[in-house]
Design a protein around this ligand. Structure first.
Ligand SMILES: [Zn+2]
Length: 252
């Protein structure tokens, strides 16, 4: 038995036969995370949660695909380093990925690390389910976490990849509730509400707190995977707007 849970480590005969695999697909972003966190923060977090959950499920039938490392990050594009493929680009990618992996995987779970990806995830999952595939998405949103590059993400990165964190450069950004900031962010950019790109305050971040937040997210994903006998049935969806559809598929 191959102990690795990484799809890329497998050879095709290991996956031949009746479909038994649940494939976790980490979905992240490449976008600014303040002056102190790396651009691929969301991707690293989604991948870490997926990998830990895959190892926590006995039997080796849960595998982790290479991450989708670009997301819908238009609101961050005024910060250099950010690369966004937009909602439509991401939706197309996820749909085609789901159709292809669905030829041999029994179930697909997109493990998402970036809030800006939600519209693409909602519409892609709705379409894939309507086509009869067993697909859902899971959000890596730490309980009680702040919005972006604040205490939660900084803590998690201190736990996952401390050498990538420049704590001496960490500063508070805009600490207003995200709901208050969203209209201006959507109309303009994150830079319009936060000069350093941080939404929250990294003060007090610690690796210990990061490990606690990670464990909570991994536990949630493992609980989702435990419902393995219950297929994620296609949901009725007659809207192409994505808004009602994404709401419909966001329940566990
Ligand atoms: Zn992030």
């Amino acid at each position: 038995m191959n102990a690795s849970r990484l799809l890329g480590d497998r050879r095709w005969p290991e996956l031949d036969g009746p479909p038994i695999v649940t494939l976790l697909v980490p979905v992240g972003s490449l976008e600014q995370h303040g002056p102190h966190l790396p651009l691929d923060t969301d991707t690293r977090i989604a991948h870490a949660v997926a990998q830990a959950a895959a190892h926590a499920v006995a039997g080796g039938s849960v595998l982790v695909s290479p991450a989708v490392s670009f997301g819908a990050s238009g609101e961050h594009e005024t910060f250099p380093g950010t690369v966004s493929i937009g909602t439509e680009g991401l939706r197309t990618l996820l749909v085609e990925l789901g159709r292809s992996a669905g030829r041999w995987a029994r179930r697909l779970v997109f493990v998402n690390g970036h809030g800006g990806n939600l519209e693409a995830l909602g519409t892609a999952v709705t379409l894939l389910r309507a086509e009869g595939r067993d697909v859902r998405w899971f959000g890596c949103f730490p309980p009680g976490g702040d919005a972006h590059a604040g205490r939660a993400e900084t803590s998690i990165m201190l736990a996952l990849a401390p050498r990538t964190v420049r704590l001496e450069l960490a500063r508070a950004g805009n600490v207003a509730p995200l709901a208050e900031l969203l209209p201006l962010m959507r109309a303009s950019s994150v830079r319009a509400v936060s000069a350093n790109g941080v939404l929250g305050d990294p003060a007090g971040a610690s690796a210990d707190e990061g490990r606690t937040l990670l464990a909570a997210m991994v536990g949630e994903l493992v609980a989702v995977l435990a419902h393995r006998g219950r297929p994620y049935l296609p949901l009725p969806c007659n809207s192409s707007s994505g808004i009602s559809c994404s709401a419909a598929v966001s329940e566990p």
